[in-house]
Ligand binder design. Structure first.
Ligand code: CA
Length: 226
């Protein structure tokens, strides 16, 4: 099968070099020189991976990634010119899968692309090796041990975030940043309330199963072997 990759990058020299390298390696490549057209493209095309410049003329790559994540778990590799941005990217609090710092060699990027595609299992639903959960992103539904969970919007977003990164601890602020359209720091306690409800719903399906870990004073994670 041929993987289709979108490069969102406003510097033509970089975009062309990457396109050439990826096509040489057998990928199909679509180019966008600004960010906004990405969302409609995702709705109409089957995209296996996005290479996303952080500094775009019309929207920041981070903001765009958040928008994408509301709809899709397609793997995203950030391109950034600033090493000081890497902490945010590495924290993956925005939902990225990897990053490359400019300047880079095209070979480095194609190697990352292949690694990320391998890791993500390409066409899976973004749930890495968690046999107990099945996520249907199109229907925004989770099944736990085969049982359909009836989740509110925020419960769904929180669980989707945790399930994508088993073992990673997310602060309340990060959870809010990702799951809420308009994050409000004064509301961070509401994250606790939603997690409490979520736990109760998981428990209703599997009384002895408690995959969500509370990190006191920090936030939450999903058990690595959940
Ligand atoms: Ca740029």
């Amino acid at each position: 099968m041929v993987f289709q990759i979108v490069i969102v990058e406003d510097e033509p020299a970089i975009a062309d070099t990457l396109q050439y390298a990826l096509e040489t390696d057998g990928f199909r490549v679509l180019l966008l020189d600004c960010g906004r057209p990405l969302l409609p493209l995702l709705a109409t095309e089957t995209i296996d991976l996005i290479i996303l410049d952080v500094g775009l003329p019309d929207i920041s790559g981070f903001e765009l990634c958040k928008e994408v994540r509301k709809k899709s778990s397609v793997p995203i590799i950030f391109l950034t010119a600033r090493a000081d941005e890497v902490d945010r990217v590495v924290g993956l609090e925005i939902g990225g899968d990897d990053y490359v710092i400019k300047p880079f060699s095209p070979r480095e990027v194609t190697a990352r692309v292949k690694a990320v595609l391998r890791r993500s299992g390409s066409a899976d639903q973004g749930v890495p090796d968690l046999p107990n959960f099945v996520l249907d992103e199109a229907k925004r539904q989770f099944r736990l041990f085969g049982h359909l969970l009836s989740l509110s919007r925020y419960e769904y977003e929180i669980l989707r975030l945790l399930v994508r990164r088993p073992g990673q601890v997310f602060s309340r602020e990060q959870i809010m940043e990702i799951a809420w359209d308009e994050p409000d720091a004064s509301m961070e306690r509401t994250v606790d309330a939603h997690v409490r409800n979520l736990r109760a719903k998981l428990k209703a399906v599997a009384p002895k199963y408690d995959p969500i870990v509370t990190h006191w004073g920090i936030g939450y994670s999903l058990k690595e072997d959940a």
